[in-house]
Design a protein around this ligand. Structure first.
Ligand SMILES: *Cc1c(COP(=O)(O)O)cnc(C)c1O
Length: 389
């Protein structure tokens, strides 16, 4: 009897996603870089990779990881509170905090994992979380898991945030936002936000997974660019760095608190030392890449010129994430297939990654793309839009 219920549960939900055009087919990619990918033996211009500076295939970083493997071996086979914390981790923490001008940095094996840990370690039942309603799933989900009182404010709406903040006086208050929103490409006005946060005796937590390495002097990211220093700043090494792993930038008190109270740091095997070494080398490298960041900027400007010329209604974004909202799931799938037939790979984004009826194309520009690549994309997209009407 019980078995049948399980089968019903699985089949019912799988069928529902298929009927609603929400079924996700995982593709086997043979090769991908910032510019190209190969899928089913066909080469596409890749507009779906977060490898913003093309470092995912960087010889220097690959070499660093290999060197690290030879020097340190594979896993630490231990949590950082037992024997998993090595000299290279300490050196990496120092390097990150110096680069970003914070007291300290805590390492995590991924950004998703870092967000979960940061929020659930710091926030408890009687606390209040105020999160932008378009925040990444890892932020919203962990806010719910923390048992704190969760209030979501309208996307980038600082007035609404202020009203909410003034209404809650008991418990700790944490405001959560992103440097560059992953599914919209825009940024909050952080300077205005941090002032309101401070005035209300609250802390600001910024997830800058998409800004780090890409914007700001020496790639320090969105907060540095906007001249704010949030109390908590999460950076991921899985995007512009072309690697994997994450860090929380914080003051010494927070750092100490995590070493006592973070369950993830206590009970999960710590970052591979070779990976820490690769990140260590990648930081020196990425700081010097202002010319690639400039190339990326000119690609974004060229893209924006073209969408204006063809009058394609993209969301207003100055980042490498450019969004065309199409609405229905089926339409986003059709657009993506249409582009693929013309040699251009753009991932359609559907709920639950975005709100219902806002399915979209998410185009990611990198410094690797040429103007011709971008032109090819926009011309194909323009044909699709005119056909649709
Ligand atoms: C990608 C992403 C993460 C997760 O980072 P990983 O290192 O890939 O786990 C967290 N937050 C945002 C906003 C992201 O886009």
């Amino acid at each position: 009897m019980k078995n049948i219920e399980w089968v019903d549960f699985l089949n019912k939900n799988l069928k529902k996603t298929k009927i609603n055009n929400l079924y996700r087919y995982r593709k086997i990619i043979q090769y991908s870089s910032g510019r190209f990918l190969i899928y089913k033996n066909k080469k596409y211009i890749n507009f779906s990779s977060n490898d913003y500076l093309g470092l995912g295939k960087s010889n220097k970083i690959v070499k660093a990881w290999k060197y690290g493997l030879d020097k340190y071996g594979l896993s630490t086979c231990s949590s950082c509170n037992v024997i998993g914390y090595h000299k290279i981790h300490k050196k990496l923490e120092k390097k990150i905090s110096k680069w970003m001008n914070y007291d300290n940095a805590l390492l995590f094996i991924s950004g998703y994992y870092a967000n979960q840990n940061i929020i659930t370690t710091l926030m408890n039942k009687n606390d209040n979380i105020f999160a932008d309603r378009l925040s990444h799933a890892s932020l919203i989900e962990s806010s719910i898991f923390s048992f704190a009182n969760l209030k979501r404010f309208k996307h980038n709406d600082i007035d609404m945030l202020e009203k909410l903040l003034t209404n809650y006086s008991s418990g700790k208050k944490l405001v959560i936002t992103e440097g560059i929103f992953s599914m919209d490409g825009d940024s909050p006005e952080l300077e205005k936000m941090i002032e309101i946060v401070k005035n209300n005796n609250s802390w600001l937590f910024v997830d800058d997974a998409h800004g780090i390495g890409v914007t700001g002097n020496e790639g320090r990211g969105t907060c540095f660019e906007q001249r704010v220093k949030p109390d908590l700043l999460m950076i991921s090494f899985s995007k512009a760095f072309g690697l994997s792993g994450a860090a929380l930038l914080c003051n010494n008190n927070v750092y100490k608190y995590f070493l006592q109270f973070s369950k993830n740091l206590m009970y999960s095997t710590f970052m591979m030392p070779a990976q820490a070494f690769a990140i260590y080398k990648a930081i020196s490298f990425i700081r010097k890449l202002d010319s690639l960041r400039e190339k990326l900027r000119s690609n974004i400007e060229f893209f924006k010129q073209l969408i204006n010329k063809y009058n394609i209604p993209f969301l207003n974004s100055n980042s490498c994430i450019q969004i065309l909202i199409l609405g229905k799931n089926e339409l986003a799938l059709r657009a993506s297939n249409f582009l693929r037939k013309r040699g251009v790979y753009v991932q359609p984004i559907r709920p639950p990654s975005v709100p219902n009826l806002t399915s979209r194309l998410r185009i990611i520009l990198t410094s690797e793309h040429s103007f011709e690549d971008i032109e090819k994309l926009i011309i194909a997209l323009n044909i699709f839009i005119n056909k649709k009407n």
